[in-house]
Design a protein around this ligand. Structure first.
Ligand code: MTE
Length: 319
């Protein structure tokens, strides 16, 4: 992954931070206060509507953070989605070309009931929750993001994993004609990621359909992506089309490209530097370039919930 670059967004495009500070104020700003206030847990949107329509989700008090949320503007315009280019503003500029309908996700492999789900079914598979997650990119920047979705375990349970299922592989969409970044061979497309089965079943592992109370914009991985907050951001594949349960560890895109730099585990760990830079601190996006860096927390601050998954594992070897 290339080193941190500043976003190339015109300052005039960036809405002042305070406008976004409160979600209620923000919703009012977007003219959606009434809709959001009256929305129930199952407000499934029509994908025929504009891609930024409301996605009702009930805030889950178990996934709140004291940190101030990153502005919607920053979350949706400073992205990594290499299929649309490697610049931080490239996904914002190019991802509108992504075709998000029709969309199906096949769930197969070591399961008793393999199935292809339509995205509309997936939107209704479990109650839509809003969870605020700290997300840490391997490039040493971070954001605090109010995602809408539910635990991945709901989907995995629906297909009944067999006892042989030890890993889960996520394959993301490849629409060559709509994805200018795929003309470059930096990645052997499509982008593939994976988790161990117990990681995938952990309640924190989230299937995400929306952000800031609206459907995901394409640059953030519409119509469905993963959010695994205790791991570096590259584990959270965007625009997923296939989920395969496997007996053996899958070969994931970044491990294939540079196994000495990007491990399968990719747990956020301030004590294990990337071979080319430190992981001890991070820059919180939105704080301004000169804002002090913050200390990176072990497992991105989710140690209490996930450390037991790695008991007895050498974290320097299994980075
Ligand atoms: N998924 C796909 N398909 N392609 C990508 O390039 N980049 C990853 C991850 N998922 C990526 C991807 C990386 S490196 C990060 S940090 C996060 O997406 C960024 O997610 P965000 O842009 O929504 O913050």
């Amino acid at each position: 992954m290339s080193r941190l670059k500043l976003p190339t967004i015109a300052p005039s495009e960036i809405t002042p931070e305070e406008v976004w500070r409160s979600r209620r104020v923000w919703l009012k700003h977007a003219g959606m206060g009434a809709v959001a206030a009256g929305a129930g847990a199952f407000g499934v949107p029509s994908w025929a509507q504009d891609a930024r329509s409301v996605l009702a989700a009930t805030p889950n008090p178990n996934f709140r953070l004291p940190d101030e949320a990153t502005s919607e503007k920053d979350i949706t315009s400073y992205n990594n989605y290499y299929e649309f280019g490697t610049g931080k503003a490239d996904p914002f500029e190019n991802a509108h070309k992504l075709q998000v309908r029709p969309w199906t996700v096949s769930v197969e492999g070591e399961v008793a009931r393999p199935r292809t789900f339509d995205i509309d079914e997936l939107l209704k598979l479990a109650p839509m929750e809003e969870r605020v997650y700290r997300m840490r990119c391997v490039e040493a920047w971070s954001m605090v993001i109010p995602w809408s979705g539910y635990s991945l375990s709901h989907l995995l349970k629906a297909v009944e994993p067999t006892s042989k299922a030890k890993f889960v592989e996520f394959t993301t969409v490849l629409q060559k004609e709509n994805m200018p970044g795929t003309r470059s061979r930096i990645i052997d497309w499509p982008y593939v990621e994976g988790l161990r089965m117990d990681e995938a079943m952990h309640p924190l592992s989230m299937l995400v359909f929306g952000v800031y109370g609206k459907q995901l914009p394409s640059q953030n991985g519409a119509p469905m992506r993963l959010a695994v907050p205790w791991k570096y951001g590259f584990k959270s594949g965007k625009s997923i089309v296939r989920i395969r349960l496997l007996e053996n560890m899958p070969l994931t895109s970044w491990v294939k490209i540079a196994p000495h730099e990007y491990g399968f585990y990719a747990n956020v760990n301030p004590d294990v530097p990337h071979p080319r830079w430190s992981q001890a601190t991070e820059r919180r996006i939105g704080g301004g370039f000169f804002a002090p860096r913050v200390d990176t927390l072990m497992y991105n601050g989710y140690g209490e919930q996930v450390a037991s998954l790695y008991a007895g594992l050498d974290l320097r070897e299994n980075y």
